[in-house]
Every structure is written in structure tokens, then in C-alpha cells.
Design a protein around this ligand. Structure first.
Ligand code: CP
Length: 324
């Protein structure tokens, strides 16, 4: 999304119409969405409750990149709100016969799909679709290249809020391939909007991010320095599918020794630090399996929260549609 596209996300009444990026959203709106998501969680770790607020609406899941968590949770979230959900199988769709993405969108639009949930490897694709759809359609970004993954940012924010009281007095350390991570981008945007105390981004030099993409964050290449007294530790996988040239990227053993989150280096973080990972996870590369399964891990909680957050976003879009 271009910097001047923030307004694309809102209708003429100022209601959220598309969710393309967290950039430019307010702390008030993020807090409302987290509160709404929390309202769907019946008890800690329980599956989100149902309602029928999207009855009569149709959601199209268009995943032009692989996904387990995001696609399944948008599917469950839509069904739990009473919507019809269409999961387009991209591998057997007419895109394989050369149909353009816009013609695919126009075809689904003609079937009165109301909400298009889009994952794509190309920069700017969700915003491009949002600019071309008819007035009755909303577009939700379900993962865009290395640029944005807004509902992941929201579910990470919710998970942190459930475990740590105050974003302003918090140190968050994100470890891994920051350069190619849309998860890191959206988490960083969400945390900066909420006024996080300190955000540290830890990666080998070959996977370090452009600082301009992460304003306000401290970029370090030493894991002990980066994890010191952290309240939240998030591990990320190496996004091999986005790395053209692996020159300078450490091999698996070297990477795990220097950047894998494990029982040795987690001692630098606070004793009550939570351990996060957006998934999919590569045990023994970016995180030790025993830590991922241990008592400080909130990784499965992140997954459950993903359904609740996507329900909250879908419900918000449904209310905007109802108010037309
Ligand atoms: N975290 C995440 O986006 O996972 P999936 O690729 O499985 O959707």
C-alpha cells in the first residue's frame, strides 16, 4: 500500500471498508477490534462463540499463496458469523488458463461475493483489487508479499495484550528474517500505533530490514543484546520463497546456533517473557521445539485468537455494509 492510500480503507462515513494495512489506523480502532475479538472468546483458549451477523453475506477466500492458519481461520470466522464462504482453489481455477486477477475478481463480484479475502505474493495486489471492486465489495488483505499481514498483526497484538498489561512499558523482540517478513511489518505497525516501549528487530546482517520500513525500531544482529530483558519474544522463519540469492544467509546449523530462540538464549529475556511464533514453524531452525511447546509459549493461543480477530474484522465490515 502506498503512503497516500490510507484513506482507501475507509468509506465516505469514515467506517472501515477494506483492511489492507494497519498503517494509518488509530489506537482507538485497533483497541475496538481487539475488544470485539475478546468478546468472541468465551474463556481463555476456548473456541470463539457464534453469531449470525453475516447471515446472507458471502465471503470469497482467494489465496494465491499457500496458507493453513489464515485461510482456515477466515473460513471458520465467516461460518461462525453465519456467512456463506467460498474457498477458491487457485490451482484448479481459471487463473491457470491465463485469466487475470481482475477478471477473476469481476467473476466473483458478479456472483455477489461481498468480501474478498486475498493473499498474494505481489506487492500492492490487495490495494489494487480494492481500487477496482464495485461499491458493494470489501477487500481484506490476508498476506501481501513482504509488505503487510494486518489480521496477523491484530492477533499478535491481542495475544500480547492478554499476557502483558501495558504496551508503553514493554520491550518486544522479534528474531529472524525480518527483511522478508510481512508478519514483522504488521506487528511493528501495530505495536508502534499502541506506543510500545521498545521494539527490537534481531536478524543476521544478510536478513536485516530496511530501517525506513520499521520506523522507531532498534535493529540489532546479536541475539543476546536483542533479547535482554524482553517481555515478548517472537521467532520468525526464514522466508526462503522470497529470497532470490541466499549469499550471506547462514546455513541451518549456523543460523540455529546464532539466531534460533532456545533454552540458552531465552535466559536473556525476562523470566516471565512470552514466546510467540506466527507459524508455520521450523523446529530446530528458528526455535527450539521444547520452547515452542513449553509453558511460556503462547503459539497455540495466537492461532485461536486468529479466529476471534478475523470474526471481529468481518463483523466490523458487515456492520459497515448494513449501515449503507
Ligand atoms: N501465520 C500465517 O500467516 O500462517 P499461514 O501461512 O499458515 O496462513
Amino acid at each position: 500500500m502506498e503512503p497516500d492510500d490510507t484513506t482507501l480503507q475507509f468509506d465516505k462515513h469514515g467506517n472501515l471498508r477494506h483492511l489492507i494495512s494497519l498503517r494509518g489506523l488509530t489506537a482507538e480502532l485497533l483497541t475496538e477490534l481487539l475488544d470485539d475479538a475478546e468478546g468472541y472468546l468465551t474463556e481463555a483458549g476456548a473456541l470463539p462463540a457464534r453469531d449470525e451477523s453475516l447471515a446472507g453475506r458471502t465471503i470469497g477466500n482467494l489465496f494465491f499463496e499457500p496458507s493453513t492458519r489464515t485461510r482456515a481461520s477466515f473460513d471458520l470466522a465467516g461460518r461462525r458469523l453465519g456467512a456463506d464462504v467460498l474457498n477458491l482453489d487457485v490451482n484448479t481455477s481459471s487463473r491457470k488458463k491465463g485469466e487475470s486477477i481482475l477478471d477473476t475478481i469481476y467473476t466473483l463480484e458478479a456472483m455477489h461475493v461481498d468480501i474478498m479475502v486475498v493473499r498474494d505474493a505481489g506487492d500492492g495486489v490487495p490495494a489494487y483489487i480494492a481500487r477496482h471492486v464495485k461499491d458493494h465489495v470489501s477487500v481484506l488483505n490476508a498476506g501481501e508479499s513482504d509488505v503487510s499481514h494486518p489480521t496477523q498483526g491484530l492477533l499478535d497484538l491481542l495475544t500480547i495484550r492478554q499476557h502483558k498489561a501495558d504496551f508503553r512499558n514493554m520491550t518486544v523482540a522479534i528474531v529472524g528474517d525480518i527483511q522478508h517478513s510481512r508478519v514483522a511489518r504488521s506487528a511493528s505497525e501495530a505495536l508502534q500505533i499502541m506506543g510500545v516501549g521498545e521494539l527490537r528487530l534481531i536478524s543476521p546482517p544478510a536478513l536485516a530490514p530496511d530501517p525506513e520500513r520499521f520506523p522507531g525500531a532498534r535493529i540489532v544482529d546479536n541475539i543476546a543484546e536483542g533479547l535482554k530483558d524482553a517481555d515478548v519474544v517472537m521467532a520468525l522463519r526464514i522466508q526462503r520463497e522470497r529470497i532470490g540469492n541466499l549469499d550471506g544467509v547462514p546455513g541451518i546449523d549456523e543460523y540455529y546456533a546464532n539466531y534460533g530462540v532456545n533454552h540458552e538464549n531465552i535466559k536473556y529475556a525476562k523470566a516471565n517473557a512470552i514466546i510467540m511464533h506466527p507459524g508455520p514453524m521450523n523446529r530446530g531452525i528458528e526455535i527450539e521445539g521444547a520452547l515452542a511447546d513449553g509453558p511460556r509459549s503462547v503459539i497455540t493461543r495466537q492461532v485461536t485468537n486468529g479466529v476471534a480477530v478475523r470474526m471481529a474484522v468481518l463483523n466490523r465490515i458487515g456492520k459497515m455494509m448494513d449501515a449503507r
